[in-house]
Write a protein that binds this ligand. Structure first.
Ligand code: ADP
Ligand code: MG
Length: 698
């Protein structure tokens, strides 16, 4: 195997390949489109397509596909081969500019929330030249956006690209006021940390809940869970290490900057963090990472669980979305600078984020709302469902001083005056030790921790980008008119701190007292479940803001709300049906069979030794019988709730019914089943237990 620098990106049609393979004028015009947007002319598109095909065929590719990210949350592809018949009866390999730029997948089965019904039956895919083409499974994959013929986005990528454009536009207006005229484009940079579990394939195959739902629906806690904290950053077991090495290699070939890997808190839980890059590429790469994780796991006899809560009783998995804002001249606008001028700029951008998170806390919350993530948010491991910002005590004290024109009592006692004083150096070195905050400032970026491990990072970044664009739009409107820029800036920052400080919270987010204070005193939203959160997508203030920046149309918002609610109810419905199946066809037979075995045994022993023996067995049989009755009764109740659900049509009310009536009945069915697991001998239990699953990979 060649060295990492040699094979890194070897399956990517990246800048190095473009330079080498494209005629110079084609290269220049493609770069211009990649950088500034706009469309390619046919001649250029044909030349690019030809070079791509040559390169891909050299690498063994036989097919191409438009790779897109429909609203299912995963990625989609339909492969076409390059072959075209030649007159002599053979074939040649062909790929045209037209095929590169536009595709028409028969997309009628992707969720559209009524969009396609209202407009056109078919959707089309359009090349996104800002993300590089790559080869996967002998197929040239072209990253694309997926839209209806009316132009409505049917995917996660299109709104993301729109939001990046809106954010760049408003940021440039503000930067002009700071004299940064040389900046042409501003990009959100994102580094998503990906958590996952690994379990043994053979054990996975014996559990219908894992197969159908990606999470366990039953399972008593083993004697040991995560209480010793001995897994976090622990030595990586050989089989896992082999998986990680293989995963890195695959990702590096695809140009994914996989950087950090370690064991996480729960047994069998791990994390992979890439080096940050532009939000749209980070989104593509995260999708690829999840896909490659599953594929590589299979090669190692493992299954990679990306579900947010595979096991009850130990931590679930999230995806920390590290986000910053960077100019094409290399300035990170969220990094405190070295001069008073730079600090004033930093504080303004800090305010823009604080205001955005406060004004649009509902959008951030709902951008991560799924049935699976509901198990995490608010449980004692992940951030609560209440959105707040952690700034650290020191930065909070700086803001405090500005807010009150009071002396800043950090290292020096000074009255912080914007444009006159340099921020104390420690602000730059802020390290975040608060793991309970949903949205934490970590020195030069923000880390949004509510994202679920299986979710695309597109949605949360769309909301974050657009909400910050909205703050900046308001700031630019105000500051562009000001005669005294510095004075106006000071007033604006002070006013923003006063208006939005309620969203800043530096304490323990897991504390019940915080939830009480957040909701009762501060008036923050506590949207605990997906059906609570999603309706906010179409709240008038949100529609106004998202349409103003042309990120979503109102129709798109309505359709997304519906699709996500539908997804929520279907997910839980499948889980409920899986539970019934496992309880009735696996657990009950195991429980009664064991009771029968005990009864047969005790009868035989009584016959042999007289009537005095068998007290133990009788008591066990009694316990098992009671549990069997409870399991049966709980299953009947769940079944009855599903019967009601089947009669419901409206997506919002049926999602609420799922939350209020189905989920509690699932919990009620689980409890006696888990209790029974503790009585039945391990060898008679119908599927692998938590202990085997969590500690089974050596
Ligand atoms: P921690 O666990 O302390 O949060 P990690 O190394 O696991 O640290 O992850 C940090 C993530 O933040 C990485 O993906 C990294 O690339 C990303 N990151 C670092 N700096 C920035 C930045 N300026 N903007 C966006 N992401 C960043
Ligand atoms: Mg982190």
């Amino acid at each position: 195997m060649s060295s990492v620098p040699e094979y890194f990106g070897s399956l990517v049609f990246d800048d190095r390949v473009m330079k080498a393979k494209l005629p110079y004028d084609v290269y220049v015009s493609l770069k211009k489109t990649m950088y500034e947007g706009g469309s390619l002319d046919t001649a250029v598109a044909n030349a690019v397509a030809d070079a791509m095909k040559e390169w891909a065929v050299e690498k063994g590719a036989t097919h191409f596909t438009h790779w897109f990210q429909p609203l299912t949350g995963s990625t989609a592809e339909k492969h076409d081969s390059f072959i075209t018949p030649s007159p002599d009866g053979g074939v040649i390999m062909e790929f045209s500019g037209k095929e590169l730029i536009r595709g028409e997948p028969d997309a009628s089965s992707f969720p559209s929330g009524g969009l396609r019904a209202t407009f056109e039956a078919r959707g089309y895919t359009a090349w996104d030249p800002t993300s590089h083409a790559f080869i996967k499974d002998k197929t040239l994959c072209i990253p694309t956006a997926f839209c209806s013929y009316g132009g409505e986005a049917l995917d996660k990528k299109t709104p993301l690209l729109r939001s990046m454009q809106a954010l760049s536009k408003q940021t440039l207006r503000v930067l002009k006021l700071f004299g940064m005229d040389d900046v042409k484009i501003v990009r959100p940079l994102v580094g998503p940390e990906q958590e996952y579990f690994l379990v043994d394939r053979a054990m996975f195959d014996k559990r219908k809940d894992l197969m159908f739902c990606g999470r366990t629906l039953f399972g008593a806690m083993p004697p040991k869970g995560q209480e010793m904290d001995d897994h976090y950053f622990g030595a990586i077991k050989p089989r896992v290490a082999e998986f990680m090495a293989d995963l890195n290699e695959e990702l590096w070939k695809l140009g994914v900057l996989a950087k950090t890997e370690h064991n996480e808190v729960a047994p069998a839980q791990h994390e992979l963090a890439p080096i940050f890059t532009s939000a749209s590429i980070a989104t593509d790469h995260n999708q690829l990472t999840m896909e490659v994780m599953k594929k590589v796991a299979a090669r190692h006899g493992l299954v990679c669980l990306l579900h947010e809560k595979p096991f009850d009783g130990v931590n679930g998995s999230g995806k920390h979305n590290n986000w910053s804002l960077c100019t094409d001249t290399g300035v990170n606008l969220l990094k405190p600078g070295d001069t008073p001028h730079q600090n004033a700029r930093f504080l303004l951008f800090l305010c823009a984020v604080i205001q955005a998170v406060d004004d649009y806390q509902d959008l951030l919350r709902l951008s991560v709302a799924t049935a699976s993530n509901d198990h995490r948010l608010g449980a004692n491991e992940a951030p609560p469902a209440v959105v707040s910002i952690f700034l650290g005590d020191e930065l909070a004290a700086v803001l405090d001083a500005i807010e009150n024109d009071a002396p800043y009592t950090g290292t020096e006692k000074i009255v912080m005056k914007l444009g006159a004083h340099v921020l104390p150096r420690f602000v730059r070195d802020t390290t975040d030790r608060n793991r309970t905050s949903p949205f934490a400032f970590t020195g030069n970026r923000f880390e949004f921790r509510m994202v679920g491990s299986s979710d695309s990072i597109a949605c949360c970044n769309v909301m974050l980008n657009t909400a910050v664009a909205e703050s900046l739009r308001q700031y630019a409107d105000e500051l562009e008119k000001a005669d005294d820029f510095e004075g106006a800036l000071h007033t604006l920052i002070q006013r923003t701190i006063r208006a939005h400080k309620r969203i800043v919270f530096n304490g323990n987010g897991y504390d019940d007292a915080w939830i009480e204070e957040a909701t009762k005193v501060r008036g923050l939203l506590n949207l605990r479940t997906t059906p609570d959160a999603l309706p906010y997508l179409t709240a008038p203030k949100n529609v106004e803001m998202l349409t103003r920046h042309k990120v979503y149309s109102e129709t798109e918002l309505k359709s997304r709300c519906e699709i996500n609610l539908d997804n929520y109810r279907k997910t839980v419905h499948i889980e409920a049906k899986t539970m019934l199946d496992m309880a009735r066809r696996e657990i009950l037979p195991a429980v009664t069979a064991y009771a029968d075995t005990l009864a047969l045994g005790v009868n035989a022993r009584r016959a042999a030794t007289g009537a005095t023996v068998g007290g133990y067995e009788a008591r066990q049989i009694e316990k098992l019988s009671v549990l069997a009755e409870k399991i049966d009764a709980a299953a009947e109740e769940l079944d009855a709730a599903l019967d009601v659900y089947h009669t419901m049509d409206d997506v919002q009310s049926s999602a609420e019914f799922i939350r209020d009536s189905v989920l509690p009945k699932m919990a009620a069915l689980r409890a006696p089943c888990d209790a029974a697991e503790k009585l039945v001998p391990a060898k008679s239990w119908p599927f692998p237990t938590y202990a085997e699953l969590m500690f089974g990979v050596k």
